[in-house]
Design a protein around this ligand. Structure first.
Ligand code: GLN
Length: 389
């Protein structure tokens, strides 16, 4: 039997009894969400989705769309152009605060509404319908399937979204968004109304966790540098004015939304998503937070936990008639390269006759700086040290 699902189920059972918090009620469509719904999904590097609870239930993505729209803006315009118009500092304020920099009108970060509306304005071109279809296509590639929009929720957002409209007009007055304000803000409402399941969200999170490559479809959705930028912003700003405590307790870059969804990332390991509609005073899902706290503690997913394998790459020494072969495996980082150099020095010093071949062909990943260290060592050793990659 698959050992993972029962472990996830056990985490769900632990938090199921907690009925604290309240469902978002600013639009009837969200207020009507059955509050007891609870779902949890995890995707690893092989792209297998493990999910438990109400994993087939669709809900609107809401603010969890923000990192993906940021990714699209970064892919399209580059880092400098995007961050000239929206900052990357935690605001320490609620998600809908009017946190604009004095003078410039630059929103604090792309994870609060003001910054997200600015980012939506940068992510696509054309009419609201064209922009919304570009955004929906991008989110669909992150999810690995074609996503649709909940038109009822969209209408609810649009009818009640006076504060977001006010924010958009302020952004327009500062030149942070260009052109027609209504086009931008309607695009934002539509992006919030995209329907996903917890399984979709876990795949979307995993695509960021694996450097922009969707582990289910194998498609590269955004550049690695873009994925890294997005995950960095999630780490400092993704949980609004709870972001600092979240980093301390859970230690996974994350993003929450008012429908009660939450996604989190263990870089190079997992994409995780939860769904439970009752929210705390910050607008984050109460049981979603508890699930992620358990996951981080029990499964060792805090990003600042030590990862020895990076400093200790796999090294296997094979002695053949023609000389010595040093097989490298796993990940070779700058710190690990120093260790490999130590091993090579011992070999060439002890056995001054035979040739040494460094076989790097089985490395899962090698940082360019680590390879430079190895090449430099080859040069100092002269002709006796060889290298295959
Ligand atoms: N649609 C919501 C809003 O703009 C999204 C906010 C959220 O999920 N925190 O108010």
């Amino acid at each position: 039997m698959d050992p993972i699902a029962p472990m996830l189920e056990a985490v769900l059972q632990e938090v199921r009894e907690d009925t604290s918090g309240a469902v978002a009620d600013y639009i009837p469509q969200l207020a009507a969400a059955p509050p007891d719904r609870l779902a949890f999904a995890v995707v690893g590097p092989r792209g297998h989705v493990f999910s438990v609870g109400d994993d087939e239930v669709a809900f609107t993505i809401q603010s969890v769309s923000k990192p993906f729209v940021l990714a699209l803006a970064l892919e399209r315009l580059g880092r400098d152009a995007v961050f000239a118009r929206v900052g990357v500092e935690p605001s320490g304020e609620p998600f809908n605060a009017i946190s604009l920099e004095a003078g410039t009108g630059r929103p604090a970060n792309p994870m609060v509404n003001a910054g997200a509306i600015a980012t939506s304005g940068l992510a696509a071109e054309g009419s609201a319908a064209e922009r919304s279809s570009t955004l929906r296509d991008t989110l669909s590639r992150f999810a690995g399937r074609s996503l649709s929009i909940d038109e009822e929720v969209y209408l609810g957002e649009s009818e009640t979204g006076h504060r977001n409209r006010a924010l958009a007009h302020l952004l327009r007055s500062h030149g942070i968004i260009d052109g027609d304000v209504t086009t931008v803000v309607e695009t934002y409402f539509r992006q919030c109304s995209i329907l996903v399941t917890v399984r979709d969200l876990s795949v979307m999170a995993a695509t960021l966790a694996f450097g922009g490559v969707n582990p289910v479809t194998g498609e590269r959705v955004v550049r690695e540098a873009v994925a890294r930028d997005v995950v960095s912003v999630m780490a400092s700003c993704g949980m609004y004015d709870y972001s600092g405590e979240w980093m301390l307790r859970v230690g996974m870059p994350a993003k929450s939304g008012v429908s009660g969804d939450l996604m989190a990332i263990a870089p190079s390991q997992f994409g995780v998503a939860t769904f439970s509609p009752r929210l705390d005073r910050h607008g984050n899902s109460v049981r979603g937070i508890r699930v992620l706290e358990r996951l981080s503690e029990e499964f060792g997913m805090h990003v600042f936990e030590p990862h020895e394998s990076i400093a200790e790459p796999g090294i296997r020494i094979e002695r053949t008639d023609g000389g010595v072969i040093v097989h490298l495996g796993g990940e070779l980082a700058f710190s690990g390269a120093a260790r490999v150099v130590g091993v090579l020095r011992d070999l060439t010093g002890a056995d001054s006759e035979s040739d040494v071949l460094v076989d790097a062909s089985a490395l899962a990943r090698a940082h360019p700086a680590a390879l430079s260290v190895l090449r430099a060592q080859l040069e100092t050793e002269g002709g006796r040290l060889h290298f295959t990659q």
